[in-house]
Write a protein that binds this ligand. Structure first.
Ligand SMILES: Cc1cc2nc3c(=O)[nH]c(=O)nc-3n(C[C@H](O)[C@H](O)[C@H](O)COP(=O)(O)OP(=O)(O)OC[C@H]3O[C@@H](n4cnc5c(N)ncnc54)[C@H](O)[C@@H]3O)c2cc1C
Length: 335
């Protein structure tokens, strides 16, 4: 296909909230070599650049005045070295999980049904049910919009953390991820300790396939499908607080749950629990609402604008700050 830059493109189909905003310029990147032309075009016209996958972790609150690069390059390849798979950025993440399972490559079953692309997976170090991407990550290839060079980045270069990486802030935001290489296990290495998962699997033979099926079933029953109702999964990260803070909060809220982290001084507190205490489930602002069953999931109930969603999110985080003295950070990228 000939590389083309389109003007005034409606972004509604390109974000899972389904909010309507326009991109001044838009390029469907099917071949990484297109990025050179896109970079030149942006430089010539002094445009900012936004990299977009399937928009399932992105909320637009304004029209985008620059160039949107919609990452749509495809391809997957087994590399020399047992269990090493390279996948192009535009591949669907869930399809890669299925492909691995079909080819007896194990480890990422718990990350099934996470919407979005392979290229976005390292950006927030996707995670679910006790597993995170960085456990399987080997390296990635990226196009540097600043220099026009291709870079190979190791796990250490990516600075992975909880829903975070170097790609979330400058200068990492200038890197367009082209492909990701994963090291999968050749023998099943199942992680089924996560609350809820073990219950669903109780009484069944536990295999990679049954874990995959259980994860898909749990997610489909619990989370709203963005095709039916716009959303971006969890809107906020689970906050990290000091153990001292936890103890002082538990004087007023003895039930407050917390999980240990790798840092002995910090615990992770469920944002959903905090929001639940403040009665946010089901509440609405304009066309935006908090899901009836999930205080962490904001939805586009009725033609919401990005601003409706953000105003609702701000009210929610203010209420948590006031009551618990905890700052909630958004997981969703607000543009
Ligand atoms: C129903 C639902 C459930 C979800 N559940 C989970 C979950 O369990 N765990 C979890 O971690 N996330 C979850 N998410 C969030 C989302 O699925 C992930 O963040 C996913 O990785 C986003 O992929 P995307 O292609 O849609 O990214 P986008 O929203 O398009 O982009 C996200 C960010 O990555 C950047 N980006 C995208 N592609 C590239 C690239 N090739 N190079 C450089 N930067 C890029 C964008 O600029 C943006 O900042 C959920 C979302 C939904 C809607």
């Amino acid at each position: 296909m000939v590389f083309e830059i389109q003007e005034q493109v409606d972004l509604t189909p390109y974000n899972s909230f389904g909010v309507s905003q326009m991109a001044a310029y838009f390029a469907d990147i099917q071949d990484p070599s297109d990025l050179r032309q896109a970079r030149e075009f942006a430089a010539l016209n002094r445009l900012s650049v936004l990299v977009l996958g399937q928009g399932s972790n992105t909320l637009f609150i304004n029209d985008y005045p620059g160039l949107v690069l919609y990452m749509n390059n495809r391809g997957r390849q087994m590399l020399p070295g047992a269990g090493m798979l390279r996948a192009a950025a535009g591949e669907s993440w869930h399809e890669i999980v299925r492909y691995c399972l079909k080819n007896s490559l194990y480890g990422i079953e718990n990350l099934a049904l996470i919407p979005g692309t392979v290229g976005a997976a390292p950006v927030q170090n996707i995670g679910a049910y006790g597993v995170e991407l960085d456990q399987f990550f080997v390296e990635l290839e990226a196009f540097d919009l600043k220099t026009g060079e291709i870079r190979h980045m190791s796990k250490a270069d990516c600075q992975f953390a909880y829903r975070d990486s170097i790609f979330k802030q400058d200068p990492g935001q200038k890197l367009v991820i082209l492909s990701v290489t994963l090291q999968l296990a050749l023998e099943p290495a199942l992680e089924i300790g996560y609350a809820g998962l073990a219950d669903v699997l109780a009484g069944q033979q536990v295999t990679p396939q049954s874990v995959f099926d259980a994860i898909c079933a749990i997610r489909s029953s619990k989370l709203p499908d963005p095709k039916q109702i716009g959303n971006a999964g969890s809107f906020f990260k689970n906050p990290l607080v000091s153990k001292a803070k936890l103890l002082s909060l538990r004087e007023s809220y003895p039930e407050l749950p917390a999980w240990n982290t790798e840092d002995a001084d910090l615990v992770k507190v469920p944002a959903a629990w905090l929001l639940d205490q403040k009665g946010w489930k089901g509440r609405r602002r304009g066309g935006a609402a908090v899901h009836e069953d999930h205080a962490l999931v904001l939805v586009n109930r009725d033609n919401a604008s990005g601003e409706d969603v953000v105003l609702l999110a701000q009210e929610m985080s203010s209420s948590v700050l006031q009551s618990f003295g905890i700052v909630l950070q958004t997981e969703v990228q607000i543009i």
